[in-house]
Ligand binder design. Structure first.
Ligand code: FAD
Length: 500
C-alpha cells in the first residue's frame, strides 16, 4: 500500500520537529501531511537544554540561527556543570568539544596524565576551550581571521516557543494543523495497521502512515498497537520531576548546571530573561512536597509560576516503528533529562525516518533497521546516564546508597574497567557520546585510570613540551578574544519575547 497521507499525532517538540523536517514532502505535493494536537492537553513544555548535533537540525531546514534564538529566548550552552555528584562539595564540567588534541594517536587526556605524573599541576579542564570559556562566562563562534578551531556549542531554548517557531515553518510549507482531542483510533481488520483517528467532535482523520508524537501517552504506539515498554527504572530510578521558571538576574550563564540532591538532582537552564529550573527525583525515596521545597530553596531569582509536577518511567518502547506507526519523542521512550539527550533522540529518529521513508509502502526491513539503530542509540545513551549515578562515593542518603551499589549493564561495566586499566575509551559504532564526554564524567566522578596506556609512555615529554604549552596558550588567547556571553546575546540574537 502506497503512502499518500501522513498523520502526525501531537504538536509538542517532537510533533513540530517531525512536521518541519517532513514538510518538504508536503511542499513538493508528494504527500499530504496533517498534524493533530490538542491545546486542552498541552505539551510537556520543558526540554530546554540541547546538545551540539541540534545545530545541524536547524541548518538542514535552512533556519537562520540568530532569528531562531531571538524567537526562543535562546542562549548558548558550552556544556554542563555538575555539582555534588561524586561527593558533596565537588564539581566538574562536562564540556562539548575536546580536551587538547591527540598526538601520534595518543589521546590528549593520556598525555595530560603523563605530565601530571611528572609534577605539572594544571587540571585537565585547562585544555578544554569550551570549559575555560564557560568559566569566564564568555562566548564566541570562532576567533575571526585566526587559524583556531571553532567553538563547540549547543543552545538553551524555550521549548514552547521553539514548537511555535517550527509550527510557522511547517505550516508555511504546506503542513495542515488540526486542533482537537483524539478520542479513539481505528485499525484495519486484516493488517492491524492504524486506519484513522477520531476527534472528540466526531471528525475522522484517516492516513496511510502515522507518526505518534503524543508524548508519554503513546496514543497509537501503545494504546492502539500495544507495542510494550522496556523499563529501566532499576538503573535510572528517578521517576518524577517538578519544574519552575525563575526570573533571571541579568547574567546569562553559557552552560547548564546539574546539582545532585539527596534523591535526585536539579537543573538550571539559563534563557535570556529567565532560568528554567527543575528537580528530578525518585519517588521511592522522596515525596513531592519535599522535592518542591528543595527546588524552591535552591533557585536563583523569584519564581515565575506554580510548580509543574511531571511523572515518567525511564525506558523505551519495545519497537519504535510498529506496522504503520513510528513513535518519536516521549511516546518512544524517556531516559531522564540529565544529559539533554531527548531532543537529540527526536532529531535522530526523524533523520532515520526521513532517510528510510518510501512512498511505495512499508516493509519489514525498514522497521527492523529503524528499530535496531535507534535501539542501539538508546542503550548507549542509557549507559552514559547510568554512569553518573553509579560513579559516586556519596553515602548520605538511601538513594545514593542504592545507586552506588546497584548492578549495571555489562556494556557499562566493561567501559569502566577499560578506562580504569589504562585510560582508554572505545566508542561503540557511532554512539553519541565521544571520548571527551566519557573522560569528563569518569574523571569528574572519581574513576581514575591506574596509568596511561603503553603507547602513551612512548611519547617524549621533553619534545612535546612546546606543543603542550601551545595548546594552553591558544585556549587562553581564545578566551581573551571571546565576549561576555550576555553581550554576545545582546549583539547577536536579542530576544523577541518578553519575560514571563
Ligand atoms: P509532549 O510535549 O507531551 O507533546 C505531546 C503532544 O501530543 C501535545 O501536543 C499534545 O497536545 C498531543 N496529544 C496528546 N494526547 C492527545 C490527544 N488525545 N489528542 C490530541 N493531541 C494529543 N529534553 C531535552 O532534550 N533537553 C532537556 O533539557 C529536557 N528536559 C526535560 C525535563 C523533563 C522533566 C522532562 C519530562 C522531559 C525533558 N526533556 C528534555 C524531554 C523533552 O521535554 C521531550 O523530549 C520533548 O518535549 C518532546 O516531547 P513530545 O513532543 O514527545 O511530547
Amino acid at each position: 500500500m502506497g503512502i499518500r497521507k501522513i498523520v502526525i499525532v501531537g504538536g509538542g517538540t517532537a510533533g513540530w520537529m517531525t512536521a518541519a523536517a517532513l514538510s518538504r514532502l508536503a511542499q513538493a505535493r508528494a504527500v499530504e501531511i496533517v498534524l493533530v494536537e490538542s491545546e486542552l492537553i498541552g505539551t510537556v513544555g520543558v526540554g530546554e537544554a540541547t546538545i551540539p548535533p541540534f545545530i545541524n537540525f536547524q541548518d538542514r531546514l535552512g533556519i537562520d540561527e540568530a532569528e531562531m534564538l531571538a524567537a526562543v529566548q535562546g542562549s548558548f550552552k558550552l556544556g554542563i556543570h555538575f555539582v555534588d555528584w561524586e561527593r558533596q562539595g565537588d564539581s566538574y564540567f562536562h564540556p562539548f568539544g575536546n580536551y587538547g588534541y591527540a598526538v601520534d594517536s595518543v589521546s590528549f587526556h593520556e598525555i595530560w596524565m603523563r605530565y601530571r605524573m611528572a609534577g605539572d599541576e594544571r587540571p585537565l579542564h585547562h585544555f578544554s576551550p569550551e570549559t575555560m570559556m564557560a568559566m569566564h562566562r564568555r562566548f564566541m563562534h570562532q576567533a575571526e581571521g585566526e587559524d583556531l578551531p571553532a567553538i563547540n556549542y549547543a543552545y538553551h531554548i524555550d521549548a514552547t516557543a521553539y514548537a511555535r517557531f517550527l509550527r510557522r515553518y511547517a505550516e508555511g510549507r504546506g503542513v495542515v494543523r488540526k486542533e482537537g482531542k483524539i478520542v479513539s483510533s481505528d485499525l484495519h481488520g486484516e493488517s492491524g495497521f492504524v486506519r484513522s483517528v477520531t476527534l472528540d467532535d466526531g471528525t475522522e482523520i484517516a492516513g496511510d502512515f502515522f507518526v505518534d508524537c503524543s508524548g508519554f501517552r503513546g496514543l497509537l504506539i501503545e494504546n492502539a498497537l500495544e507495542t510494550g515498554y522496556e523499563e529501566w527504572t532499576h538503573w535510572l530510578p528517578c521517576d518524577r520531576a517538578v519544574a519552575i521558571p525563575s526570573a533571571g538576574d541579568g547574567t546569562v550563564l553559557p552552560y547548564t548546571r546539574a546539582t545532585a540532591h539527596s534523591a535526585g538532582w536539579q537543573w538550571r537552564v539559563p534563557l535570556q530573561t529567565r532560568n528554567g529550573n527543575g528537580h528530578v527525583y525518585c519517588s521511592q525515596f522522596m515525596e513531592a512536597d519535599e522535592a518542591t521545597d528543595i527546588l524552591l530553596k535552591n533557585i536563583d531569582g523569584e519564581a515565575l509560576a506554580d510548580p509543574n509536577h511531571l511523572r515518567f518511567v525511564t525506558g523505551r518502547r519495545k519497537k519504535f516503528w510498529n506496522k504503520n506507526v513510528v513513535a518519536i519523542g516521549l511516546s518512544g521512550g524517556f531516559m531522564e533529562p540529565l544529559e539533554s539527550t531527548s531532543i537529540h533522540l527526536i532529531q535522530s529518529a526523524i533523520s532515520k525516518l526521513a532517510g528510510m521513508l518510501s512512498l511505495d509502502g512499508i516493509t519489514e526491513a525498514q522497521q527492523d533497521t529503524f528499530n535496531r539503530l535507534l535501539g542501539k542509540e538508546f542503550s548507549r545513551i542509557r549507559d552514559f546516564l547510568i554512569l553518573h549515578y553509579k560513579a559516586t562515593s556519596r553515602d548520605d542518603s538511601e538513594f545514593w546508597n542504592y545507586c552506588r551499589t546497584m548492578s549495571i549493564p555489562d556494556t557499562l561495566e566493561e567501559k569502566i574497567e577499560m578506562f580504569r586499566l589504562n585510560g582508554q575509551v572505545f566508542r561503540e559504532e557511532d554512539e553519541l557520546f565521544a571520548e571527551t564526554s566519557w573522560v569528563a564524567v569518569m574523571m569528574g566522578q572519581g574513576i581514575v585510570p591506574s596509568r596511561p596506556s603503553a603507547m602513551a609512555h612512548t611519547l617524549d615529554l621533553g619534545k612535546l613540551r612546546s606543543e603542550y604549552e601551545g595548546m594552553d596558550q591558544s585556549i587562553k588567547y581564545l578566551v581573551s578574544k571571546a565576549k561576555p556571553h550576555d553581550q554576545y546575546l545582546a549583539d547577536y540574537c536579542p530576544t523577541a519575547i518578553a519575560a514571563e
